[in-house]
Design a protein around this ligand. Structure first.
Ligand code: FE
Length: 283
């Protein structure tokens, strides 16, 4: 393990345009041929459009079992409703961290007819011991997510700790970091990350120089940088324009993965059981 050292960029990935749900247009960053997975991260989608035709059909009822979905909204509103009676609206700056566990069936539908819809959905795997846990939600509105403001750098701390402020999300299995970072022109941000954790930076506005010295590489807007191992990461924005990026990290599970669509288990037999349970209304 490469401890005590700065991380740099192992791979730069551009997203793949795709459609999911009832025809929502989105960009898949993790879970596509250029980056099939990044243990414990199974999938990352960015949705971002001003055209209601790209999102209005939403994600009608569909199941999940065996992992967590994390939805972070930048713009727009999404209504969530599941088969256990849980319902709510995700507003700009809000996060929903859903532990699907043994199974939920839910819908995720836009709560607006016009305007911009923008955000991310990340899928994080659960270890074998937690795959059949009871479903649970950690939901926070923007005002309940700590924000660090310092010298041209603004960081929203969804998970992890920055300058002594800890994000509200708890998940001991993968010990996640999830930061939304805004760099004013010409500013930089450095952050300690646990060595051994898988980590990536996704730049969604502007451009960032990632890493230090000769090992640094540039990620342009809409590029995802998979990070090398190490204990810290530095991002520097461009001198002439602001930059916005998410920094996400988590402890790899290193377990066998058997997945099909919305079911992510350890074995084919558990996958077969997931289908059977879903078809028999046991979610
Ligand atoms: Fe879903």
């Amino acid at each position: 393990m490469n401890t005590g050292s700065p991380r740099s960029v192992a791979q730069l990935v551009r997203g793949m345009p795709t459609a999911d749900g009832a025809g929502v247009k989105l960009t898949r960053l993790i879970g596509q041929p250029n980056l099939p997975d990044l243990d414990p991260f199974l999938m990352l989608d960015e949705f971002g459009t001003d055209n209601p035709g790209d999102y209005i059909a939403g994600f009608p009822d569909h199941p999940h079992r065996g992992f967590e979905t994390v939805t972070y909204m930048l713009d727009g509103r999404m209504r969530h409703r599941d088969n256990h009676g849980h319902e709510g609206v995700l507003a700009p700056g809000g996060v929903q961290w859903m532990t699907a566990g043994r199974g939920i069936v839910h819908s995720e539908m836009p709560e607006q007819q016009s305007g911009r819809m923008r955000g991310f959905q990340l899928w994080i795997n659960l270890p074998a011991r937690d795959k059949m846990t009871a479903p649970k939600y950690q939901e926070f509105e923007t005002q309940n997510i700590p924000q660090v403001d310092a010298q041209g750098v603004r960081v929203k701390v969804i998970a992890g700790t920055v300058a002594g402020l800890s994000g509200p999300i708890a998940q001991p299995a993968t010990d996640p970091t999830y930061l939304d970072i805004e760099l004013s022109a010409g500013h930089a941000f450095s952050h300690a990350l646990p060595a051994g954790h898988a980590a990536f930076v996704y730049v969604y506005e502007g451009e960032a120089r990632i890493g230090e010295g000769e090992a640094a590489a540039t990620a342009r807007a809409h590029e995802l940088a998979v990070l090398t191992d190490g204990s810290a990461i530095r991002l520097e924005g461009r001198a002439d324009t602001p930059t916005r990026a998410i920094l996400v990290a988590g402890r790899p599970l290193r377990e066998p993965v058997a997945k099909y669509g919305p079911f992510v288990m350890n074995t084919r037999e558990e996958l077969r059981q997931a289908f059977e349970d879903f078809q028999n209304g046991r979610f």
